[in-house]
Ligand binder design. Structure first.
Ligand SMILES: Cc1cc2nc3c(=O)[nH]c(=O)nc-3n(C[C@H](O)[C@H](O)[C@H](O)COP(=O)(O)O)c2cc1C
Length: 357
């Protein structure tokens, strides 16, 4: 459904010409119900190698309003690559998901966006374009955050996808490409003019990779710059962080990445904090039970080899007594049974630890 979005900017003087221009722009925008709720939506970030359907399912159960797929290569989809297509498989419990595409050719991005929309139908919440990935193998091809260096091309991609699909189209990018050169507000404006329906901003420069801290003020500056919804992202690990990000920036939604790894409960915590409720941290037993369930969900999809569970398992065990020893053993785990054996040993170790006190 296409709808004129009311101007979300407030407190800023804009001339009549500017207002008329914005009205024309906003007419083309599609309302995103997932970003329009009465409470601040909390989203699971796209994370390659992490946000697979098993993890997305667990995060939805814990209160995430929307989850993103791992980034999916538009080129790979265009070659009907089976591994790439697997990335957009959705679990039965997933009634809605945002699919993130990466690439740099507007026509390929547009045709594959249309393919994804056809394949997922009403389960597709929106299509997101990766304009923030700083990995060398991505950037050297002109994909991911390289698009921040070429706003015309980035805008052409958004424009092309908008012309090919009827679902909303969003973009996720960083504070800027080169360290110290904050281009995100102007970049967001450029994408808005091309028809983007929402933007997600991670407050680090691409050249920074994951070093230092995410600057949340850039989220506020992007919010000032555009009228489409702005999703704030970077270093949110608790309910208090999310509340601070919202208060500091006025962002329309909060996106959580690493803070959810091994901790899908972070969504319940954030929602509790924003509603003024206290929530309890999961116990050791609950963490291990979640890790076991996660392993089983992965095995149901991937078969016996669930090597990708290693990273998740390490995250579930982080900070637990005996975790350092367990981590070394996790590096050799392949099957559900292997992971269960490490979790069993950790529980026994914890029980010994308690009885010795
Ligand atoms: C392992 C890993 C994989 C990631 N993969 C993607 C990706 O596929 N697409 C994307 O836009 N960002 C990706 N990111 C970036 C996150 O979505 C997020 O912007 C970043 O981690 C900052 O948020 P956080 O501090 O909540 O983790 C990835 C981050 C990590 C740690």
């Amino acid at each position: 459904m296409r709808r004129v979005r009311p101007d979300r900017r407030s407190g800023r003087h804009r001339g009549r010409h500017d207002a008329a221009r914005l009205d024309r722009l906003t007419e083309a925008h599609v309302s995103i119900p997932f970003l329009d709720g009465p409470t601040t939506p909390i989203l699971l970030a796209p994370m390659a190698g992490v946000s697979d359907r098993a993890f997305r399912t667990l995060c939805l159960e814990q209160g995430a309003d929307l989850t993103y797929t791992e980034m999916v290569s538009a080129k790979g989809l265009s070659f009907a690559n089976a591994k790439t297509r697997h990335l957009i498989d959705v679990a039965p419990a997933e009634t809605h998901v945002a699919v993130q595409l990466f690439g740099h050719e507007p026509d390929v991005m547009a045709s594959q966006a249309a393919w994804v929309e056809d394949a997922l139908g009403s389960r597709l919440a929106y299509l997101d374009v990766n304009m923030g990935c700083p990995a060398r193998k991505i950037v050297t091809k002109g994909d991911g955050s390289a698009l921040m260096k070429d706003p015309d091309l980035a805008a052409a991609i958004v424009h092309a996808i908008k012309g090919a699909v009827s679902c909303p189209v969003t973009a996720k990018f960083r504070r800027g490409y080169a360290e110290g050169d904050e281009t995100a507000p102007a970049f967001a404006r450029r994408l808005e003019a091309a028809g983007v329906d929402a933007v997600a901003v991670h407050g680090r420069f691409a050249e920074q990779l994951y070093r230092g801290h995410a600057d949340w003020d850039v989220v506020a500056r992007v919010k000032e710059a555009v009228s489409v919804p702005v999703i704030g992202n970077g270093d949110v690990r608790s309910g208090a962080d999310a509340a601070a990000l919202v208060a500091q920036t006025g962002c329309d939604a909060v996106m959580i990445g690493r803070g959810a790894e091994g901790n899908p409960w972070v969504f319940a915590e954030v929602k509790g904090t924003l509603a003024g409720r206290a929530t309890q941290k999961p116990s050791l037993e609950e963490r291990l039970a979640m890790a076991r369930r996660h392993a089983r969900l992965l095995a149901a999809e991937e078969g016996r080899n669930i090597v990708r569970m290693r990273r998740h398992a390490m995250a579930y065990l982080a900070g637990l007594p005996g975790a350092a020893h367990a981590r070394a053993k996790l590096c050799g785990c392949v099957t559900v049974e292997d992971f269960d054996a490490v979790f069993d040993a950790l529980l026994e170790e914890a029980a010994r630890h308690l009885s010795a006190r």
